[in-house]
Design a protein around this ligand. Structure first.
Ligand SMILES: Nc1ncnc2c1ncn2[C@@H]1O[C@H](COP(=O)(O)OP(=O)(O)O)[C@@H](O)[C@H]1O
Ligand SMILES: [Mg+2]
Length: 390
């Protein structure tokens, strides 16, 4: 099993699942690394299960097609929420309940601040009254003095009453924002018109043959790359970037191309070095304090950044790779199955960052919602090491 590619291991896992008969199924991220065919089989299997099934997944399309109930672990609010109905119903209900929580808090905050302002006013009138009473104490105006001191007594009572009203308000906690970060992809100056080319490129890996492939990627192309597990998508990316020696043909990157990459194995931060050091080495211009702040924004706190990068979870290493895209300008962005291991808020942030990114994009994904959400200009299909363009 250890020598299989991510997709092949996922298929082996799926095969064992399809053959199993249990009373309860607990599936932890079953869609990771599966291709469209694998997703389809998994979906049919899960839908057909009569046994109780719990799925942990960030594949929105898969969830929309399979689940009948959603349990949300809300880290930001420290709450566990249960929603009846399917995934779409959950999205709607969550939206409504978030809006309500916000409105309730706003109402509470408004009421509290207006009572506080009133209390402030009453206390200052009271002080004013006391001062006036003192200043005029030499007068023989006994009636006026009595009146002024009564008035200030009254104000004091009102102020106390206001204070009690503030204390009796039902406190509504401010809903915490779950994702403080607005992810951005830093843009490098544009590259030349031709970004990357393959000419008669061939790669042999064991009994798998990739190519021959002729392909040209131009500036600002946004390319979606799809294909079955093991068809050669990651090989295509490696060949285009010149990371893989070719057995025939040639590969070239254009002038001025600055590559930013999230590779499928998340191999960027996978050494013995602490994450902090590995990250800082990639962005030597950034102060260590800024590196920490940036990583913290991506959910990587002190306890993470000092650990050897290889001991982080795949999700944490994916976040680190995304943080690097924000720290270092790129104009050719290469994402190989970026949604694997990422949670939904991070996926949504990535999608919105991609929509404002103007450089060249190569995107391999089986996430059907991401394929819809990200605008692309070209679609490339890889099958058995051959590349065709739709
Ligand atoms: N280092 C390697 N040694 C031998 N075979 C490999 C190696 N890397 C990938 N392969 C094989 O090459 C084929 C294409 O792999 P890959 O490009 O990773 O596919 P995809 O990304 O489309 O799932 C697969 O059959 C895979 O097993
Ligand atoms: Mg791959």
């Amino acid at each position: 099993m250890t020598s299989l590619s991510g997709g092949q291991a996922a298929r082996a896992g799926l095969a064992s699942l399809l053959l199993s008969r249990y009373d309860v199924f607990l599936l932890d991220e079953p869609t990771n690394d599966l291709d469209l065919d694998g997703l389809d089989r998994l979906e049919k299997f899960v839908k057909g299960l009569r046994a109780g099934t719990v799925v942990v997944s960030h594949d929105r399309e898969f969830l929309a097609r399979t689940v009948t109930k959603v349990v949300e672990l809300d880290l930001a609010q420290q709450q566990v929420n249960t929603y009846g109905g399917g995934y779409e119903a959950y999205l709607e209900e969550r939206e409504v309940s978030r809006r309500h929580a916000r409105e309730e808090y706003d109402e509470f905050a408004d009421k509290k601040s207006s009572l506080e302002a009133r209390g402030q006013m009453q206390r200052s009138w009271m002080d004013q009254g006391v001062k006036n009473a003192r200043r005029k104490a030499t007068d023989n105006d006994k009636i006026g003095r009595k009146f002024r001191s009564e008035a200030s007594e009254k104000q004091a009572a009102k102020a106390r009453q206001t204070q009690r009203m503030i204390e009796r308000l039902d406190v509504v906690e401010e809903p915490r924002k779950e994702w403080e970060l607005k992810m951005e992809i830093a843009a490098a100056p544009r590259s030349g018109a031709v970004v990357a080319t393959l000419r008669g490129a061939e790669v042999r890996r064991g009994d798998f043959t990739f190519g021959p492939v002729d392909l040209q990627i131009d500036w600002a192309d946004r390319v979606a790359i799809t294909g079955a597990n093991g068809s050669g998508k990651s090989t295509l990316l490696a060949a285009l970037l010149g990371r893989l020696p070719l057995d025939a043909g040639n590969a070239a990157l254009g002038p001025g191309v600055v590559v930013g990459e999230v590779d499928q194995a998340r191999g960027l931060f996978f050494g013995e070095e602490p994450l902090m050091d590995a990250f800082a080495a990639s962005v030597p211009d950034l102060e260590p304090a800024d590196v920490r702040t940036l990583l913290a924004k991506f959910g990587l706190k002190a306890a993470h950044v000092l650990r050897p990068a290889a001991t982080l979870s795949p999700g944490e290493r994916t976040r680190a790779a995304l943080a690097l895209l924000q720290a270092r300008g790129v104009n050719l962005l290469v994402l190989d199955e970026p949604t694997n291991h990422l949670d939904l808020p991070a996926i949504e942030q990535l999608e919105s960052a991609l929509s404002s990114y103007n450089g060249t994009l190569l995107l391999v994904t089986h996430d059907r919602r991401m394929l819809n959400a990200v605008s692309t200009t070209r679609r490339i299909e890889v099958a058995d090491g051959r590349v065709t363009e739709a």
